[in-house]
Design a protein around this ligand. Structure first.
Ligand code: NIG
Ligand code: FE
Length: 388
């Protein structure tokens, strides 16, 4: 079946390099069996069985969210309020979500994740990764991964989020790199570790990632969020697909990343919600590092599912240009997940969002305004805003 998407006010496509966008006002495209079959001048558009009339709206590639923690129960309202009143964010806060998650049924975890996935779609996200990491015992980590795999093929084993209450550090590392990993292998594609102050050291992180790599998982890392303890060199050495947070990067870290294929993923929602200082992305992009923006949706440090919010903060506070931010939230996210999503080129999956806007610049220029009006995954509508 072929569908023509036409009457597009502004079609935004992504190029290969950070910040490269192709903008046109007279183009249409054809969806063929869920993929882009044709893109071109509207006057040359082929005849199709059906039409999607964009009604002059902006069309962008769907956002690719390469970092989320959607499998959890409970919430941390008080912790957030206290932080806004001046308390510091600590990795240990994770433990309160762990108790709630262990006590939740599969159905409760699934329903919470489904609600958040609907929110991702409403923010224009068409593909996303989900991590475990709030179980921290064998049973709950494995059921978290199984539930995550109901929503995405990009499932990440984050047993090494923190050492849980009541377990000796060495014993927990043995569990994460042994029996837990053995069962995670059939469910997860990625292995992740929180390499930071209050979580895991660089040497412990190496053990975790190397164990996962030996079992065929691809590595990615949380690093340089709370303190720079040297995680970037490990990420680059192990050829991690992505190193995420990057709140505190030294020039040496930037130089290492620039010589590697590891993506630096920024999560502005986390700095916002923990009242941390924002990183400056300008020297990172100037050095030639590939960058992504992700929501990091989780109940502790970044409880947002809104990619437009993350883009607006990235532009205002991290000094992304609007073009760089849009690229980082689409093509950059795809690079961080080692896939080919994030563009509307012929052959790509037909993942796109329609914006009720005159220009994609409204993503940052109109912060907090719900301009995403419809979202399509593989040519199928997964979200439509009925009123603003
Ligand atoms: O990505 N940094 C580590 N993990 C999460 C936060 C987890 C939590 O506070 O619950 C993050 O920000
Ligand atoms: Fe995270």
């Amino acid at each position: 079946m072929k569908t023509l998407v036409t009457n597009i006010g502004q079609l935004v496509n992504t190029g290969d390099t950070v910040g490269q966008l192709h903008i046109s006002t007279d183009q249409a495209f054809v969806i063929e069996d869920g993929f882009i079959g044709w893109v071109g001048d509207v006057t040359n558009a082929p005849k199709t069985e059906t039409i999607i009339d964009a009604q002059g709206r902006v069309c962008i590639p769907g956002f690719v969210d390469s970092h989320s923690h959607l499998i959890f129960a409970g919430a941390r309202h008080q912790e957030f309020s206290h932080r806004m009143a001046g308390e510091a964010y600590q990795a240990g806060g994770i433990k309160s979500t762990v108790s709630a998650t262990r006590g939740a049924t599969d159905q409760e975890l699934r329903e919470n994740a489904a609600k958040l996935v609907a929110e991702l779609h409403a923010s224009g996200i068409t593909h996303f990764e989900i991590k475990s990491g709030y179980g921290l015992d064998l049973e709950t980590e494995i059921r978290s991964l199984a539930i995550a795999s109901e929503f995405t093929e990009d499932v990440t084993f984050l047993g090494a989020h923190v050492v849980p209450e009541g377990v000796a550090r060495a014993d927990y590392l043995n569990l994460v790199t042994g029996p837990m990993l053995d069962q995670a292998t059939g469910l997860a594609k990625w292995i992740d570790v929180f390499c930071d102050d209050g979580a895991f050291t660089v040497e412990e992180s190496r053990m975790v990632l190397e164990a996962g790599i030996a079992k065929g998982l691809r590595p990615r890392m949380h690093s340089n969020q709370l303190k720079n303890i040297g995680g970037i060199a490990l990420a680059v050495e192990l050829e991690c697909a992505s190193v995420d947070h990057c709140t505190d990067l030294s020039q040496a870290d930037i130089d290492l990343l620039a010589q590697s294929s590891t993506v630096a993923t920024f999560v502005p929602g986390a700095e916002f919600s923990t009242r941390a200082s924002y990183p400056d992305v300008r020297p990172v992009i100037a050095a030639g590092v590939t960058v992504a923006i992700a929501t990091d949706c989780n109940p502790g440090s970044s409880f947002t599912t809104s990619m437009p919010f993350c883009i607006a903060v990235a532009v205002r506070e991290l000094h992304f240009s609007v073009d760089q931010a849009l690229w980082a939230a689409t093509k950059g996210g795809a690079r961080a997940l080692e896939n080919e999503l994030g563009s509307l080129a012929v052959g790509s999956r037909a993942d796109f969002a329609l914006l009720d806007a005159k220009s994609y610049i409204d993503l940052a220029y109109r912060p907090g305004v719900p301009i995403v009006s419809a979202t399509y995954v593989a040519g199928q509508k997964v979200f439509e805003r009925t009123s603003n």
